[in-house]
Design a protein around this ligand. Structure first.
Ligand SMILES: Nc1ncnc2c1ncn2[C@@H]1O[C@H](COP(=O)(O)OP(=O)(O)OP(=O)(O)O)[C@@H](O)[C@H]1O
Ligand SMILES: [Mg+2]
Length: 349
């Protein structure tokens, strides 16, 4: 019987632990963010990230248990991010989870961070299967057909930059700091999104692949040729740039839902916090008669509640990891449209 699952996440610049009951009830969700440290450097510094994870991991786990009002003995299983992510960072979470599993004699499960981003939606919504899921995060822009709690089929991904990366790099070029998505979203609210035209990448129904390096480059060239005149102009640039990214994400996602005759769409990952994707997405949903779901913003960016949730469903399927599992930095998956493309571990096809 798996009731209380401890989730541990350390794939990038958040050290997180959470306890989830029965795959649904969030008992605690602790996130120690390193953003203020990395923002000085304009992006995540991997070596600094691993060292900070080392300092925070045990206090964060202890706090998650205390908030859940549980002891280590009460936990029925430990789920931990195995990849993809920064290897040094992943190893801190993985080694901690293995040590706890070994010393407490508890079952261990290494889970895929991206599949977990999707699983976050189950904490707040009842979404029938199948559904189309878009992950738009700092490192990935992937589209899946999700056929069950542990069945994920990758149907497309970005050919170059991720959507979050396009926000972050644009913010850097505009001198707005890191992470860029939040700042661009904020300034866009006072901007005119029709003022400038940035290209809509791969805007064709023939492909679900995403591409964001062209739009980023077009902004860089724009800034070489034009001066940012004033605050209003900066807001207009942000709003116009954001509009292209958001429309590209929504066009592809809803095209896929229509082609596969799937009436439910889930949008997750950090970029799902974006206010324009939520606003415009609602319109796309109505127009296409498709129900749209998002996790709450705190469950869209990195957290361990999503790790515990996916862990719960995989433990329930009978999956278990050995104590010798390793971390993996990238997702090695084949895209096979409409067919199962990778195993439940999410590691390889
Ligand atoms: N309001 C927002 N609008 C647009 N982008 C946003 C917003 N809030 C956060 N982001 C973007 O989300 C990204 C972070 O999301 P997330 O934590 O899911 O990514 P990650 O974990 O670093 O990447 P991955 O999950 O691919 O490993 C950053 O690129 C950030 O700019
Ligand atoms: Mg993430």
């Amino acid at each position: 019987m798996y009731k209380y699952i401890l989730g541990i996440e350390s794939s990038c610049d958040e050290t997180a632990a959470a306890v989830v009951e029965d795959g649904k009830k969030l008992l605690s969700n602790i996130v120690a963010s390193q953003i203020s440290t990395h923002s000085k450097y304009g992006g995540v510094v991997p070596e600094v990230a691993s060292r900070m994870h080392l300092e925070s991991i045990l206090p964060v786990i202890e706090e998650a248990l205390a908030k859940a009002d549980l002891n280590f003995e009460d936990i029925d299983g430990i789920a931990v991010t195995q990849g993809p992510g920064l290897i040094g960072s992943l190893l801190v979470g993985l080694a901690s989870a293995k040590s706890l599993a070994f010393s407490l004699d508890k079952p261990l499960l290494g889970v895929n961070h991206l599949e977990a981003h999707i699983s976050a939606v189950h904490l707040e919504n009842k979404v029938d299967f199948p559904f189309i899921a878009l992950i738009a995060s700092g490192g990935h822009t992937n589209l899946y057909i999700v056929r069950g709690y542990t069945e994920f089929e990758l149907i497309s991904k970005t050919r170059d930059d991720a959507a979050g990366e396009a926000f972050d790099k644009a913010a850097k070029a505009l001198g707005l700091g890191y992470p860029g998505g939040v700042m661009i979203d904020k300034l866009s609210k006072s901007g005119d999104r029709n003022k400038y035209k940035f290209p809509l990448p791969l805007n064709t129904k023939k492909s679900y692949d995403f591409s964001f390096s062209g739009i980023k480059t077009s902004l860089v060239y724009f800034l070489k040729k034009n001066e940012v005149k004033n605050e209003n102009d900066l807001n207009d640039i942000c709003a116009s740039y954001q509009e292209s990214i958001v429309r590209s994400l929504l066009n592809k996602t809803f095209n896929a839902a229509n082609e596969y005759h799937i009436e439910r769409v889930v949008i997750c990952g950090g970029v799902a916090c974006n206010s324009r994707i939520r606003e415009l997405g609602a319109g796309f949903g109505k127009e296409n008669d498709i129900k749209l779901f998002y996790p709450s913003p705190s469950l869209c960016t990195d957290n361990a509640a999503m790790i515990a949730t996916l862990g719960y469903y995989r433990f329930r399927d009978g999956d278990l990891s050995q104590l010798n599992i390793g971390a993996y930095s990238t997702l090695k998956t084949k895209i096979v449209r409409g067919q199962k493309s990778f195993s439940k571990t999410g590691q390889h096809s």
